[in-house]
Design a protein around this ligand. Structure first.
Ligand code: NAI
Length: 329
């Protein structure tokens, strides 16, 4: 009995994500919101023979209804990258979009879990936190930036060079943030040992950090990752939904570290310092974040520790960009 809203449901990510959510049999209500084209997407998806009731909500006058009484709101609304753009280049447009959507969620479903896909995640999640604080409904355990695609890519890219490993079960923890050098794969503590030469480690780390660029380049102006992102978003949403149902589920995600101050001590000591947000592996529960999973830190390499420090520096700027956007509006 879970109600889900997808905001930006008619987009490149939104459509396949809506499809995958319609296939999730735990969902009873699926509200699809966008500013264009959403009635067609909803009509189409609504014919799939699962029990979820699908409804379209078009434009700002229907936004409040779209996010009323929902347990989980997923936000893939906004513009994607074109070749030559960084995720930060998207900030000007997407910051305002995320702000207005989170305001509506705060007013109509103040307890909803919010999962933000819209880039730059390193800044849009801090924007959401500021909005929720201003509305008096902030719960750091219920706000997530979706970084699942980074761990999905990490598993797959390792398999590209180690075909004996199973990409479906291999887990590489990825910490930091969700753009370029803020993405820090911790290959030394992957779920299966991976022997890598220095060259392989450097190339693999770079590929995981900039894997999104491969898709942007291949799409040649038509956008960024949508299908792999929909898969990753659906996997993350399913983890949240299973946790709401009482299961204990582990997922990597970009969160306010205030969600588990005690558990955050380890990652702070490793280099996150006093940052308010960081991507970590969390155990999810009925209330959102249950705890931050502790890493076998003694196994981390100097290369990884240095990468965490580099990520933390970039994140400091990304986070204040988000916070200042809300303060200056
Ligand atoms: P898209 O342009 O295909 O779709 C975006 C959708 O958002 C469109 O249907 C548009 O009408 C809608 N939209 C725009 N303003 C809106 C508003 N105010 N309210 C509701 N809907 C609105 O873009 P795509 O490819 O689906 O990407 C969406 C976002 O996801 C981008 O910011 C992109 O950078 C990000 N992204 C994030 C990833 C991650 O790993 N977190 C991976 C890939 C993309």
């Amino acid at each position: 009995m879970v109600s889900v809203a997808i905001l930006g449901a008619a987009g490149g990510i939104g459509q396949p994500l809506s499809l995958l959510m319609k296939l999730n049999t735990s969902i009873t209500k699926l509200n699809l919101y966008d500013i264009v084209n959403v009635p067609g997407v909803a009509a189409d998806i609504s014919h799939i023979a699962t029990n979820a009731e699908v409804k379209a909500f078009l434009g700002p006058t229907q936004l409040a209804d779209a996010v009323t009484n929902v347990d989980l709101a997923i936000i893939p609304a906004g513009v994607p990258r074109k070749p030559g753009m960084t995720r930060d280049d998207l900030f000007k447009i997407n910051a305002g979009i995320v702000k207005s959507l989170v305001e509506a969620i705060a007013e109509n479903s103040p307890k909803a879990i919010i999962a933000i896909i819209s880039n730059p995640v390193n800044s849009t999640v801090p924007i959401a936190a500021e909005i929720l604080k201003a509305k008096g409904v902030y719960d750091p355990k219920r706000l997530f930036g979706v970084t699942t695609l980074d761990v999905v890519r990490a598993s797959r890219f390792v398999r590209d060079i180690r075909p004996e490993l199973d990409a479906t079960t291999l887990r590489v923890p990825v910490v930091g943030g969700h753009s370029g050098n803020t993405i820090v794969p911790l290959l030394s503590i992957a779920s299966s040992p991976i022997e890598l030469s220095t060259e392989e480690r450097d190339a693999l780390t770079h590929r995981i950090q900039f894997g999104g660029d491969e898709v942007v380049k291949a799409k040649d102006g038509a956008g960024s990752a949508t299908l792999s992102m929909a898969y990753a978003g659906a996997r993350f949403a399913d983890s949240i939904i299973r946790a709401l149902g009482g299961e204990s589920v582990v997922e990597p995600t970009f969160i306010p570290l205030a969600a588990d101050p005690e558990g955050a001590k380890q990652i702070r000591e490793l280099g996150a310092g006093d940052l308010e947000f960081f991507a970590v592996t969390v155990e999810l529960g009925k209330e959102g974040v249950k705890s931050i999973v502790q890493l076998p830190t003694s196994n981390l390499t100097g290369f990884e520790l240095k990468a965490i420090a580099v990520a933390a520096e970039a994140l400091t700027t990304n986070i204040s960009t988000g916070v200042n956007f809300v303060k200056n509006v």
